[in-house]
Design a protein around this ligand. Structure first.
Ligand SMILES: [Zn+2]
Length: 99
């Protein structure tokens, strides 16, 4: 039986710093004024404040605001990494309603 495979191309040792991490779902905000984007820790999609092409405007960020994870990766890895969420409950409730 396969449980979110170890061979997933997005896995690059993130468990060292993201295992059991707490996340908040929020709009992307650059950490500094001279900084304009970050990448998903897993699939490396871009998060940008200006919502340019190919950029995600929001995602999951760790409490220390250092690591961003996109919605898809968050859902794919939340069980494996035992991710915790703080104020993102609404996101999952909204999603459940869509089904
Ligand atoms: Zn991702």
């Amino acid at each position: 039986m396969k449980v979110s495979g170890d061979e997933d191309w997005r896995l690059m040792g993130q468990d060292k710093y993201l295992f059991g991490a707490s996340f908040e779902f929020r709009k992307y905000e650059p950490p500094r004024i001279d900084w304009d984007h970050d990448h998903c820790e897993f699939c490396l999609v871009k998060f940008c404040a200006d919502q340019g092409e190919g950029c995600f405007p929001d995602g999951f960020v760790t409490e220390n605001k250092k690591h961003w994870v996109c919605k898809d990766c968050y859902e794919d890895f939340r069980d494996r990494f035992r991710f915790k969420t703080t104020d993102s409950v609404h996101y999952f409730e909204e999603k459940a309603k869509d089904k």
